[in-house]
Design a protein around this ligand. Structure first.
Ligand SMILES: [Ca+2]
Length: 189
């Protein structure tokens, strides 16, 4: 199968990839979390943008933090009942339903990744360029933890992963940070 991975450079970009071929075997498999929790969630009318919306396979649905002010300091944690080996993480750090929502709300700039409660990595993401949503939607930000591909140091088997927001790109209308999807991949078998 073809899988697209960006190398773990300090700045990740949407729609910018390396394509890697894993041959005849199984490729990396996405592994859904059993639980998602967040420091806060935004509710509007009868809808809550809760944390499970980052792992529903739909870029149109989001988790948005509901704290006062900007999303800096907000966090989201995914948990697995069985420990998993993390091979790559794909992050969609904005409200990718459409450009209006994407730029009205805050987008992830710099964030920490904690595995099993311990800080592992800090990542900075390039902002989406206006007018390029269609191309940007081709690929999320891929963090690769494969040493053979110049990836980040792989974590030990994990049962939890936390994203802590360090900085955001400001929204034009709102001070709410939203994340569309977080997809965690296990190594190819
Ligand atoms: Ca979603």
């Amino acid at each position: 199968m073809l899988l697209s991975l960006a190398l773990a450079t300090p700045t990740q970009q949407y729609g910018s990839v390396y394509e890697l071929y894993f041959g005849m075997g199984e490729g990396p498999a996405a592994v859904k979390p059993n639980q998602a929790t967040a420091s806060s969630s935004l509710s509007e009318s009868n809808l809550t943008h809760g944390p499970s919306r980052v792992s529903d396979g739909n870029k149109s649905t989001v988790w948005c933090e509901g704290q006062e002010g900007t999303g800096v300091g907000a966090s989201l944690t995914l948990q697995w009942e069985q420990p998993i080996n993390v091979y790559a993480i794909e992050i969609w750090g904005g409200y990718f339903l459409d450009e209006r929502r994407l730029f009205s709300n805050e987008r992830l700039q710099t964030y920490r990744i904690l595995f099993n409660g311990t800080k592992h990595l800090e990542v900075t993401t390039a902002d989406v360029v206006k007018g390029t949503l269609e191309q940007s939607l081709e690929y999320g930000n891929m963090l690769n933890f494969d040493p053979a591909l110049d990836g980040a140091t792989p974590p030990p088997p994990v049962t939890s992963m936390t994203i802590e927001v360090v900085s955001v790109y400001p929204g034009e209308k709102y001070t709410d940070l939203c994340i569309s999807e977080i997809i965690v991949y296990q190594p190819p078998s």
